[in-house]
Design a protein around this ligand. Structure first.
Ligand code: GAP
Length: 488
């Protein structure tokens, strides 16, 4: 049985308290409202189209959010493409020939079970209604809700008298399936034959380019093709901030290999994805690997694991890793009429490659990093500070340059220019130095460099460490070396 979240936090808190005599530390379980407020106030994420009253469940990434997002994407690319001997990158189009979605099964099967409350007209996903009811009532069931048929879900909702979360009535329409793809029209005429779709995943762009990449890179299997890009799903119940949105980014790798090697590659990428998540500063105690049982597996998959994170609203999927067998290439071969098989040059064996797919959302990973980083510390003087404890490689801003007085702006700008060549930094000249430190703590800047009047004499600055709050005097000529070691 999972440890209760409160206990995990308590244990974490005890370890941290032992680590420091300077201050009492505690990890506070951030609520979604606290996180959203911090993200808005500090410039990570804003509500979409806000000055027009917003567009529900759309979010815009602000100056810090875009840095954080870029760091996540850069690190994924480095780990999954550049550092993997067999892997290459791709950037395929969002709009694709609609037959692609027939072949992939999205037109027929990419649906969610939808029901309406007859009393207040709220539209809701039946499976999510059940999951939330289980979570709120601290109940578990020995099966995955996703595997239930429409009839089974309706029965479960009726048996447990699950009410509408908006009006409290229990008066549901029967469940019907709703396709999640966004439809639009190509060209000037809005007719059936010009209908196209915004892609619901980036993977399809990789499958249709498998032969192009293999030929142009003179590649041999195993071969991984990865890409990062926007996907669109007309989710019925988006929500929980950026957890489930209709427009999001995915980082997907399709790793093509021989069928007999696919089990080993699945295990390899399952572990690699988990290690990557931990190395991004995501709290390991709030992560778990959940293998799909036979009942939950897609008909084409021989193994699937979800990496789940304990969000403030409960355990939910961060990352899916699947052995998709040769399903996708077989389908695209059938619908395109092109030969997508591979001839092994060493064994002369001809086969349709198996695919291992680790697939994760950038936005969802960003949310787990925000939840993990959010820390409240009680200081010696009784005050509290909020610190976003990002790892330096993930932090949106690595160094803040703070002139103690406006009279020192020129000197501080010189320092800024010197550091900006190496690290993403920020210049902050307004407010008391204490308030500026607090702001940098809240945006997770690992180091603050204060330029004071002595700097003009001794060519040295004060460097403050975000986590220990200790300060050191460093000569300007040694500053880059000092920061490079600290931020490595
Ligand atoms: N090609 C496989 C695929 O797309 P998926 O489980 O539907 O699989 C993969 O999506 C990942 O994309 C998820 O684990 C999640 O991180 C992210 N994701 C999926 N739907 C999302 C949504 N509506 N909002 C944000 N992220 C989403």
């Amino acid at each position: 049985m999972e440890k209760p979240f409160v206990l995990l936090l308590f244990e974490d808190c005890c370890v941290k308290m032992k680590q420091s005599k300077l201050m009492e530390k505690r990890i506070k379980m951030v609520t979604m409202n606290e996180l959203i407020a911090l993200c808005k106030n500090r410039g990570f994420i804003f509500a979409g189209s806000e000055i027009y009253g917003g567009l529900s469940n759309t979010w815009d990434y602000g100056p810090l959010g875009v840095e954080l997002k870029n760091n996540i994407k850069r690190l994924w690319w480095k780990n999954f493409i550049e550092q993997e001997f067999n892997n290459v990158g791709l950037d395929s189009a969002i709009l694709m020939n609609p037959t692609v979605w027939e072949a992939s099964g999205h037109l027929a099967n990419f649906t969610d079970p939808l029901m309406d409350c007859k009393a207040c007209k709220t539209r809701i996903r039946a499976d999510k209604l059940i999951e939330e009811w289980l979570f709120k009532n601290n109940k578990t069931v020995p099966f995955s809700i996703e595997t239930l048929s429409n009839e089974e879900m309706e029965k479960f909702i009726d048996d447990n008298n699950i009410a509408c979360p908006c009006c409290g009535k229990h008066d549901w329409t029967p469940i019907r399936q709703f396709n999640l793809m966004f439809k639009t029209f190509q060209g000037v005429t809005e007719e059936k034959k010009s209908e196209i779709y915004l892609r619901p995943e980036t993977a399809a762009g990789i499958f249709v380019n498998f032969k192009n990449v293999l030929r142009s890179t003179r590649g041999k299997l195993p071969l991984g093709i990865g890409q990062i890009g926007k996907s669109f799903r007309n989710e019925i119940t988006p929500g929980n901030f950026i957890f489930r949105v209709r427009e999001f980014e995915q980082m997907e790798l399709e790793f093509f290999c021989a069928p007999k090697e696919s089990d080993d590659w699945f295990k390899y990428y399952r572990q690699k994805a988990f290690d990557f998540a931990c190395n991004m500063g995501i709290n390991k105690d709030l992560l778990r690997l959940r293998d799909h049982d036979k009942q939950e597996l897609s008909h084409y998959s021989t193994a699937t694991t979800d990496i789940e994170f304990n969000f403030p609203f409960g355990w939910a999927e961060l990352w899916g890793i699947a052995n998709r067998t040769n399903y996708d290439l077989t389908q695209h071969q059938k619908f395109s009429g092109q030969d997508l098989s591979y001839l092994d040059p060493y064994t002369n064996e001809k086969y349709i490659p198996y695919v291992i797919e680790p697939s994760v959302g950038v936005d969802r990973m960003l949310l787990t990093i925000l939840c993990s980083a959010y820390t409240v510390e009680k200081l010696e003087n009784g005050e509290e500070r909020i610190v976003m404890k990002f790892l330096p490689k993930v932090a949106p801003i690595k160094v803040a340059i703070l002139p103690l007085s406006n009279k020192l702006n020129d000197k501080a700008q010189e320092v800024y220019k010197q550091i900006a060549e190496q690290f993403r930094c920020e210049f902050d000249a307004s407010g008391s130095i204490g308030k500026r430190y607090r702001r940098q703590d809240e945006i997770g800047t690992p180091y603050c460099v204060t330029v004071d009047f002595d700097t003009l004499e001794d060519e040295a600055v004060t460097v403050r460490d975000r986590d220990t709050m200790k300060q050191e005097r460093i000569k300007l000529k040694d500053l880059i070396d000092y920061l490079s070691k600290k931020l490595a």
